[in-house]
Ligand binder design. Structure first.
Ligand code: BTN
Length: 280
C-alpha cells in the first residue's frame, strides 16, 4: 500500500482498527434464520460472488459471507463499491425465499427497511431510504444493498443479499469523488463503533424483517418503507435504461415500483433506474 493510497490514510486514521471477531457476533445473535454460519475472509473479490458460489453448491439459507475488504466490491448498475479494510462492513446473506420471480424486488425493499431501522438505533438523525436501496443520512449515502436473485423454473432459487455499511471510515479517508456524497456512522456521531455490535444488530433486524415478509407478506413491509422514504413530493430525475424521466416522486406501488408523476400529470411506474433528487 503506497502513502498516496487512500487506504493508508484510513489505516492511520483508524489507528488500531481490529479485525472482526465473529464469535462476538454469532455467540449472541438473537435471530431465527439468518447468521446460522459465517464464512470469514480478510480480503475477497466480492462477498456477493462468493455467496452465490456457495448457494449454487447447496449452502443453506442464512449463511453469511463477511469480509474485511473487497478488491472487486460491486454496487448497483455495475458500479464499484469502495471496500477499504478494517473500517466498514461488507457481507452477503444467502436467502431462499418462497417468492415468485416477480416478487424478488421485495427482498431489496425489505432489506432497506431493516437497514434503516437498524441504523436508526445508532444515530440521532433519521435514516432515509432513496428508492430502491440507498440509505442516506444528512443527504449522504451511508449504506447500500445489492440483491441478486437466481430463478429456476418460475421460482426464486436463491437471493444473495449483499450489504455494505460505512461504519468507522472517516469521510476524509474516502476517495475524493465520494466525499461530497458519502458518510459513515463515525462521520455522523464522531463515535468509533464496535463493528461486531453493528453487524449483529443488522443481521437481527434483517432476520426480523425477513420473517415479517414471509409471515405477513409485503403489506407488513410497505408502510415501514414509506415511513423512511425520503423523496416523497420531491422533484426527481430518473435515469432509465434508454430515457430520462423528470417528475415528482409520489411513493411506491404495492409491487415495489417507484411512482413518479411526470410533468403531464401521468403517474409513471419505475422498476429499474437511477434516481437523482432535484431538490432537498
Ligand atoms: C449499491 O448501493 O450500489 C449497492 C452496494 C452493495 C455493496 C455490498 S458490500 C457487500 C456485497 N458485496 C458486493 O460486492 N457488494 C455488496
Amino acid at each position: 500500500m503506497s502513502a498516496s493510497d487512500p487506504r493508508s490514510i484510513l489505516t492511520a486514521a483508524l489507528d488500531g482498527g481490529a479485525p472482526l471477531d465473529l464469535a462476538k457476533v454469532g455467540g449472541h445473535l438473537d435471530a431465527k434464520r439468518l447468521g446460522t454460519k459465517f464464512h470469514y475472509f480478510a480480503e475477497i473479490g466480492s462477498t456477493n460472488t462468493h455467496a452465490r458460489e456457495l448457494a449454487e453448491n447447496g449452502a443453506a439459507e442464512g449463511e453469511v459471507v463477511v469480509a474485511e475488504s473487497q478488491s472487486a466490491g460491486r454496487g448497483r448498475l455495475g458500479r464499484r463499491w469502495e471496500s477499504p479494510p478494517l473500517a466498514n462492513l461488507y457481507f452477503s446473506v444467502i436467502l431462499r425465499p418462497k417468492l415468485a420471480p416477480a416478487q424478488a424486488p421485495q427482498i431489496t425493499l425489505m432489506a432497506a427497511v431493516a437497514l434503516a431501522e437498524a441504523i436508526d438505533w445508532f444515530i440521532p438523525q433519521r435514516p432515509v431510504i432513496k428508492w430502491p436501496n440507498d440509505i442516506l443520512v444528512n443527504g449522504k449515502k451511508l449504506a447500500g444493498i445489492l440483491a441478486e436473485a437466481a430463478c429456476i423454473a418460475g421460482r426464486v432459487e436463491h437471493v444473495i443479499l449483499g450489504i455494505g455499511v460505512n461504519v468507522n471510515c472517516p469521510v476524509d479517508a474516502m476517495p475524493q469523488e465520494l466525499r461530497q456524497r458519502a458518510t459513515s456512522l463515525f462521520d455522523v456521531t464522531r463515535i468509533h463503533m464496535d463493528r461486531e455490535f453493528v453487524l449483529r444488530r443488522l443481521i437481527q433486524d434483517l432476520d426480523r424483517c425477513y420473517g415479517d415478509l414471509e409471515q405477513f407478506g409485503f403489506e407488513a413491509i410497505a408502510p415501514r418503507w414509506e415511513a423512511h422514504f425520503g423523496l416523497r413530493g420531491k422533484r426527481v430525475r430518473v435515469e432509465l435504461l434508454d430515457q430520462v424521466l423528470i417528475g415528482r416522486a409520489r411513493g411506491m406501488s404495492r409491487d415495489g415500483a417507484l411512482l413518479v408523476e411526470d410533468d403531464d400529470g401521468i403517474l409513471q411506474r419505475v422498476f429499474a433506474g437511477d434516481v437523482i433528487p432535484l431538490e432537498t
